[in-house]
Design a protein around this ligand. Structure first.
Ligand code: ZN
Length: 145
């Protein structure tokens, strides 16, 4: 996969300062990973997954995550609690959802998303892997009824 820009910079390099100055404490009971610029701690509770997602300032799904997953939009439902920062979710029809911590978050699949402002965003999320929409009983798409 070609991930460097025209100047040969790796697109994640702009996050390096943030990532190197902010060591991540170990989360008891969770497994740590990274996905692009996102720091993820995942644990399991019963059949659910509980996650802490840390998004760096400047992150946008369509720029930073889309190349890694290959779908046109983020196809995950998001259900959780934004504890730090601000997130914006954007749908195809022009609707946007803005969340500023502290806030309960519920977002249907099929969206772009970005971190708003100069601070990281920290989202605590619950999901059921590929079965999240059915198991949580949340909408499977953004629509106007
Ligand atoms: Zn709409």
């Amino acid at each position: 996969m070609q991930v460097a820009d025209a100047l040969g910079r790796h697109p994640l390099s702009r996050y390096r300062r943030y990532m190197s100055t902010e060591p991540f404490e170990e989360v008891s009971g969770a497994r740590h990973s990274t996905f692009g610029p996102v720091e993820i701690d995942v644990g399991t509770v019963g059949e659910a997954r509980v996650k802490r997602l840390i998004y760096p300032p400047g992150m946008r799904w369509s720029s930073d995550i889309k190349p890694l997953v290959g779908t046109e939009q983020c196809e995950h439902a998001h259900a959780g609690f934004l504890v730090e920062g601000a997130l914006r979710f954007e749908f195809d029809d022009g609707c946007t959802l803005d969340y500023v911590a502290p806030a309960v978050v519920e977002v249907a699949p099929g969206h772009d998303a970005c971190v708003v402002g100069d601070d990281r965003a920290v989202l605590i999320e619950v999901d059921f892997a590929t079965d999240t929409v059915a198991r949580l009983g949340v909408p499977d798409a953004h629509r106007h009824d």
